[in-house]
Design a protein around this ligand. Sequence first.
Ligand SMILES: CC(=O)N[C@H]1[C@@H](OP(=O)(O)OP(=O)(O)OC[C@H]2O[C@@H](n3ccc(=O)[nH]c3=O)[C@H](O)[C@@H]2O)O[C@H](CO)[C@@H](O)[C@@H]1O
Ligand SMILES: C=C(OP(=O)(O)O)C(=O)O
Length: 426
Amino acid sequence: MDKLIIRGGRRLAGEVPISGAKNAALPELCAALLSAEPLVLHNVPRLQDVGTTLKLLRNMGATADWLGERDTPAGNQVRIDGGAVTNPEAPYELVKTMRASILVLGPLLARFGKAKVSLPGGCAIGSRPVDQHIKGLQAMGAQIEVEHGYIVANAPQGLKGARISTDMVTVTGTENLLMAATLAHGETVLENAAQEPEIPDLAELLIAMGARIEGHGSSRIRIEGVDRLHAPRTPHRIVADRIEAGTFLCAVAATGGEVVLRGARADHLDAVIDKLREAGVTIEAGDGFIRVSANGRPKAVGFRTSEYPAFPTDMQAQLMAVNCIAEGSAVINETIFENRFMHVNEMVRLGAKIEVEGKTAVVTGVERLSGASVMATDLRASASLVIAGMVAEGETLIDRIYHLDRGYDRMEAKLRALGADIERVS
Ligand SMILES: CC(=O)N[C@H]1[C@@H](OP(=O)(O)OP(=O)(O)OC[C@H]2O[C@@H](n3ccc(=O)[nH]c3=O)[C@H](O)[C@@H]2O)O[C@H](CO)[C@@H](O)[C@@H]1O
Ligand SMILES: C=C(OP(=O)(O)O)C(=O)O
């Protein structure tokens, strides 16, 4: 099992390319199931969850291939041909490692009138049910049973448009229902829709495939179903990963230095950038880049996670790492997931002062952290430990970094290119 060894104390400097967004790539790869014509996506990040999704699509009979080797001009392009899908099923073995596999449910049901998808189960950050996905598809006329750990869904006459208001804002729930509605008979209205930038990115892809969608990016999306979707005339380029970009911003805020993030979208990171400025970090942005510079200890900043455009839960752990070495103390409220403070005990092993009560963490900044062996428990927890390790004195060893690889494209190589002392060992 791979581990990371980090020797802290280096400032970061230089330029780093920001990859395509994991959370846009996953639904957009699944969107290939909506059409019998091939889909080509550009700017696909080379990370574990993308590999798992390609396997899942191949298991159904689709062809799904990278168009070039890593680091070649076509190295981030993928072609999926959903024309050959014969087996509209997602087995537990593939679904258990990646919760986003639930995103095949809507497309399969809409195109084939049936689907059998393993329940994804919970994960370290919380129980993460999919009841809203099921409720929405039932409102569109699907018959759904949960049997032996599988969602077994049927809509022999096809799905029909409906007005659906989910009980809470759900990102993959909105994506699943949006994709399903593109091929439903009549009009679907999604109320209380998620507004994360990955949703308009998905909607733009679907529109390029012939879908009729309005209101994406707002809390009310209207979809008029069509008979079939086709290949987009030009390949779709996946939007930049705002969480990867935010992670690098926090890394520089903690270590100090000056870094340019190439390809990053500052307009998708307003809440994170506001907090980092409040912490004393300098951030400038222009078309396709963000420049961040920091000197000395940041100031502690409190924040509360919430749905986009508020502060993202996927950045909570990384900004907590910055707070660990900041001047002053900060209160952090996690409102999206019930158990997303798994990194706290590991940060405490590095010398951080953090107290957790329920959904609130109080961080009192310390002057220095000290390197230790720690364990990654989930994706963003891993990233926060990398940040903490880069400012800790001495050596930090991070175990179980398969969590990190699920969502970052070679983070350690990108950090090493910026001057960090970080290596992967087996
Ligand atoms: C692949 C992907 O895009 N993952 C992101 C997506 O996850 P994901 O789409 O799974 O998260 P949701 O937005 O659905 O979850 C929000 C909240 O609603 C609850 N809920 C959700 C659906 C449902 O049917 N029932 C229910 O109770 C969840 O348990 C959670 O407490 O959005 C999260 C919130 O921004 C991010 O942290 C994840 O990185
Ligand atoms: C929680 C995350 O992802 P997923 O929904 O894929 O588990 C994340 O990206 O931080």
